[in-house]
Design a protein. Structure first.
Length: 96
């Protein structure tokens, strides 16, 4: 799966010191927004961070495993689970 990068979420993700990342993919004409939570294989973490800075599109499957993916926004209970389990806070990621 290829996810286009945008500077706002790339900058946020590169600053994190964890191996679990949450992404949003913006809705495009005729398509809904989506979310992804990826667990990056520790040995590929440095390459992942470099690719987030340098690559216009990423095949995220080469860096790890999707833990969750779906249509945005995720259910509040799922977002709360991510906060508890991975310390991921997605509050404010989605416009109402």
């Amino acid at each position: 799966m290829t996810v286009p990068r945008t500077s706002s979420f790339v900058a946020n993700l590169v600053k994190q010191k964890v191996v679990v990342y949450a992404f949003t993919a913006a809705a495009t004409a005729g398509a809904r927004a989506a979310y992804y939570v990826l667990e990056v294989v520790p040995s590929k973490h440095a390459a992942f961070k470099k690719a987030m800075k340098d690559s216009p599109h990423l095949d995220l499957t080469q860096f790890g495993e999707f833990l969750y993916k779906g249509w945005a926004p995720p259910a509040p209970a799922l977002a709360a689970e991510w906060k508890d389990k991975y310390d991921l806070n997605i509050e404010g990621w989605y416009a109402n």
